[in-house]
Design a protein around this ligand. Structure first.
Ligand SMILES: NC(=O)c1ccc[n+]([C@@H]2O[C@H](COP(=O)([O-])OP(=O)(O)OC[C@H]3O[C@@H](n4cnc5c(N)ncnc54)[C@H](OP(=O)(O)O)[C@@H]3O)[C@@H](O)[C@H]2O)c1
Length: 338
């Protein structure tokens, strides 16, 4: 395979305060590295943009923070161009934590490793609907939310990579699905394409009022991707034995002060409710269950997904910001090579 002479890499220069800026990072050129025994060299083709990267840049979370001067951590995928690992061959397509760079040397084991894609699976699917976002939606809703037919499921960031799947899986399981998203276009997509029973534009509508209209019997499951005021509005409408699936809180990820606690948390007591967080990493051993069912629904035309592909490694910081500006139309990806 023809290889570029240099490896462009984005290094973390300063910990972002608020929205990540270009100047928090530095784009450097280094020689293409060589794998040693047990390692592989991957030509990165596609990067996944994920809200959790904001946490990795700032502090230790469920993974240690990225160190200053280190390559920016990112999920992505590409082709093996040199292998010194018996389980991988040149040309294999892999996905995992490849980082913001053209070439990654990887020891393919554990959380920081990569896995081979099944034959025929494109990177766009492996990084989104049949990868982390699909597993998050599937296990978050089904395992933590435990929906029953006829129940009302509300999801925030409903037109995003994860939320768009939650609403559709809720419908496939016989529930009513109400999506909350920013802007008329995303709300139109929810009701006209994704089959949501109603959509609430949190940038234009009064969310509490609209939730009351759309959920006359209350919310049985609120799948929370955003936290903040929308979480409070959903808590205020929680049904008896309602469940809040704590998936993420993107409204708070760039906050410079700790966010205020949810004001309406006593709804959990009054309604005998439950709020439970989860991390998709805990479900990777069961990934095949989800991938089989999700792939089946896609093949039958029952599950729609949207990918939003930006281009060019030089645009990595801007592509990440799109998530926090609500500019992504579905799963945000960044193509860095063909
Ligand atoms: N627990 C886990 O294991 C796990 C795994 C994956 C993802 N997550 C979480 O799931 C959530 C969604 O992630 P994703 O990858 O699917 O991203 P996404 O929903 O595709 O993209 C992020 C979206 O967040 C919305 N948003 C941004 N700022 C907001 C704000 N201040 N208030 C309300 N909405 C805002 C925007 O949509 P609008 O245009 O609608 O505002 C934006 O498009 C995140 O919280 C993420 O951390 C958790």
């Amino acid at each position: 395979m023809q290889m570029a002479e240099v490896n462009h890499r984005w290094l973390l220069r300063t910990r972002p305060v608020g929205m990540p800026k270009d100047s928090d990072f530095e784009l450097v050129e280094e020689p293409v590295p060589a794998p040693t025994e047990g390692e592989i060299l991957v030509r990165v083709e596609m990067l996944s943009c994920d809200p959790t990267q904001r946490g990795w840049l700032g502090r230790d979370t469920y993974l240690p923070a990225v160190n200053i001067g280190e390559v920016v951590r990112s999920l992505g995928g590409g082709r093996v161009v040199r292998s010194r690992h018996p389980g991988f061959s040149e040309g294999d397509l892999v996905s995992g934590l490849v980082g913001w760079q053209d070439y990654a040397v990887i020891k393919p084991v554990g959380v920081f490793g990569v896995t081979k894609l099944p034959p025929g699976m494109p990177l766009e699917k492996a990084l989104g609907t049949l990868g982390p976002n699909g597993l998050t939606a599937y296990f978050g809703l089904l395992d933590i939310g435990r929906p029953q037919p006829g129940e009302t499921v509300v999801v925030s960031s409903a037109a995003g990579a994860t939320g768009s799947l939650v609403g559709q899986i809720a419908k496939l399981k016989g529930c009513r699905a109400i999506g909350i998203a920013g802007g008329a276009e995303k709300c139109r997509w929810l009701t006209e394409v994704a089959g949501s029973d109603a959509a609430i534009d949190y940038k234009a509508d009064r969310v509490e009022q609209k939730l009351a209209d759309a959920c006359p019997k209350g919310i049985d499951i609120y799948f929370d991707n955003v936290g903040g005021e929308i979480l409070d509005a959903a808590l205020a409408r929680l049904a008896f034995h309602g469940r809040v699936v704590l998936c993420g809180a993107i409204a708070d990820y760039n906050a410079t002060e700790p966010p205020p606690g949810p004001r309406n948390y006593l709804a959990l007591l009054n309604q005998r409710g439950r709020m439970e967080g989860f991390n998709v990493l805990d479900y990777y051993a069961r990934a095949q269950e989800a991938v089989t069912e999700l792939a089946d629904w896609i093949a039958q035309g029952k599950l729609k997904d949207r990918v939003d592909v930006q281009r060019g490694l030089e645009n990595a910081p801007a592509a990440l910001r799109r998530l926090f500006l609500g500019q992504n139309q579905g799963k945000q990806l960044l193509r860095v090579a063909n």
